[in-house]
Design a protein around this ligand. Sequence first.
Ligand SMILES: Nc1ncnc2c1ncn2[C@@H]1O[C@H](COP(=O)(O)OP(=O)(O)OP(=O)(O)O)[C@@H](O)[C@H]1O
Ligand SMILES: [Zn+2]
Length: 816
Amino acid sequence: MSENRTRQTRLFEEDQLDPSVAHETTKQSIGATASGFALVIVDIPARALSEPFAYGVPTTLKGVVSIGTCVLVPFGNRPAAGYVVELGQSLQELTGTEGLDPGRVRFISAALSDPVFSHTAPAAAQWMSQEYAAPLAECLRLFLPPGGTPRLRKDLDGSWQLVPPAIEPKQERWVYLTDHGREFEPRANAARQRQLISALACGPVTTRELRLLCPDMTSAIRSLERQGVVSVEERRAWRGNAAGTTSLSSASAQRPDQLTQGQLQALAAIDRAYEAGAGDVVLIDGVTGSGKTEVYLSAIEKVVAHGKTACVLVPEISLTAQTVGRFRSRFGEAVAVFHSRLSAGERLDQWDMVGEGRARVVVGARSALFCPMRNLGLIIIDEEHEQSYKQRSSPRYHARELAAKLAQLSGCPLVLGSATPSAEAMARSAQGEFGGVSWQRTQMLERPSGAVLPRVRIVDLRREFARGGRSIFSGALRQALLDVADRKEKAIILHNRRGFAPFLLCRECGCVPTCRHCSTALTYHEHNHSLVCHTCGETFRVRPYPAPGSACPRCKSRYLAKMGLGTQQVEHALRELLPADVEIIRMDADTTRGKDGHRRVLEAFDDAHTAVLLGTQMIAKGLDFPEVTMVGVINADYSLHMPDFRAQERTFDLLEQVAGRAGRAGGSSEVIIQTYRPDDPVIRAVAAHDRELYSEPDLAQRKEARYPPYVRLANIVAQARNPRAARACLERYMAILCRELAHTSAALAPKPGGEVEILGPNPCAIERAHDLYRYHILVKFPLTAPVPQALSRSAALSAPDRSVRLTVDVDAYDLM
Ligand SMILES: Nc1ncnc2c1ncn2[C@@H]1O[C@H](COP(=O)(O)OP(=O)(O)OP(=O)(O)O)[C@@H](O)[C@H]1O
Ligand SMILES: [Zn+2]
């Protein structure tokens, strides 16, 4: 590590300074005396800049520069913005500066801001950069106030300009009654003044709100201000505090009279992790509706009572509706909220509320981990198994891993909650330890107040087909829907088509053609009528039904059909089936656009008397509607056939979660799952609410074939207009990678039966997107091997030209 650093921490020579650099920079750099030294992460996102650089702190900036300060520095022949991540009296005190000559270090030119990030940010950003093969500056940028820092811009004439923060805090004018004002009695005919005084009787009000009350209040305010009756004060506005409020009945958290046994045990485990102060992880493995949210709320209450702060991550999708309400109902104004639908101003204000310590609880999507929490006492990740915790653009970090790192840096517990924990979390807690901290699983097997998990009925679609059933709904599902309508209750229908790779399915025997070498489902490519294996690349020609000559490879039936049916078609079918007084509410990407899309849809379902909520996988998440007594799944098999080693895990998660929406208030409830594969271990596991029925064989197979959680997996994708260019880029990358790995250690050198395995290049499952051809290689490597750094260096060294886009995704979830 330190050898690596010495190599990379570079000095810049005075003579490299270009005359075009801002005049001030040059003047200050020459002949300044150092009052100390600093390591600075230069704000230039390039893979080659993987370490901070050393600079002198001129005496003029003594005391002005601290960790987190944005500074202006000379960099090569240009100025650059950067962030101080380490400070010391002498150069030797700083990490990785062995062998540098203090006399030749260049100087920081100016300080541009107050400190902008928390003390754990530099270490976390450097860890992220190494772990996920991402440029260091790109990682650090995540920890900066959104839109709130200065940037440098090169103008057309070649000079560099300092651009101030794009977003400024906003001030609001507050009007309040003075002590004298409380006794003041306006003249009988001064109606405006009376109105104003009564509006202020309960406390200060903003001029904006007063204007809403009565548009011409200005003169009354001025006149009363002159008489000393009211005072006007400028205060910072905290935009975004109203975001996410909802009328949903389930969006408040009534404190239960009594916690369940499982809840108490979970809280005790969190207590122990808190006392240990080492960043230990507690996995709450609690069935759907077991009251995990209540555990989070109680744990946070304790932490806040100790003067600490807490951060709760929930999947983006569940943020707008119920969750925020539950947290606000318990913690009020002390809650800051982050999600992607906030405006830039709202985001900055929520950020600063956290930085100033006004907000003690942060609820947000994965990006909430970056806000400047002081005195962090607890991190919680709800629905820990969710794929959306993996960022899909660079830096491609996983929130669970970053949270574990931050917990360790802050010495606070990390709590993971789910009814369907990830294979990673299960494997680590089975081992009891991972990454130097303890991992412990605590189970919550029961729903509170006697509610039970719903009964699951499996419908075999092959039999329906044999009996002549051609409708979307089997007899059982049709009857169940009509019964719900009769009883004036609510139902949820899942029709998941997201992330869907086209495949062929025999409607008579239910078989899906799989690769004879790899046992992954073959993906259907319409344009050349072929089935392709996306693991080994083998291709089979095929003609699906109704083309003449279509035939199932197993039973030779000609009903080898291309699968695909949209939510809209299901909606039509529901409308035809059900009486007119049943509201049918569709929830998918199309109906939830806009800032309040999700909230509107869920409120409509909440308000409806008798209703069916139909949707894609977004309806499976965390919804708590007590009136839902039936859940139906149109076709459970879609995600089972994804060309992905996680296909079984994803399908189980989805089905178990959606099933868990039924019967949450007690009483009888039913789940009906339609499938062509009733004997699949995943389907049987959901039917029995018994995860191990599928996870044991699935994990055994992953271990055997070397897949996560037993190894790590990186997906390196090249995209180009010219398919040969994409492939060639990966071939070059592979050659460099092999060399880099061999350099790192003999054990990592790729060889048959070696620790590192490289597969490909092959075409991606989605072969072509946005007119670009896509190829990929997969790299499998041991959990603790320093392979990501080699992956990153190889990307920097293989320097693809502009026609090829090369991305490195470590711990990839999206293999399409
Ligand atoms: N101790 C308790 N006594 C009674 N009711 C409770 C108790 N704890 C939680 N509840 C209620 O149980 C319901 C389910 O709780 P919650 O939504 O937290 O479940 P969950 O475990 O997060 O479920 P899911 O994984 O399905 O999202 C809520 O309406 C909640 O108010
Ligand atoms: Zn294959």
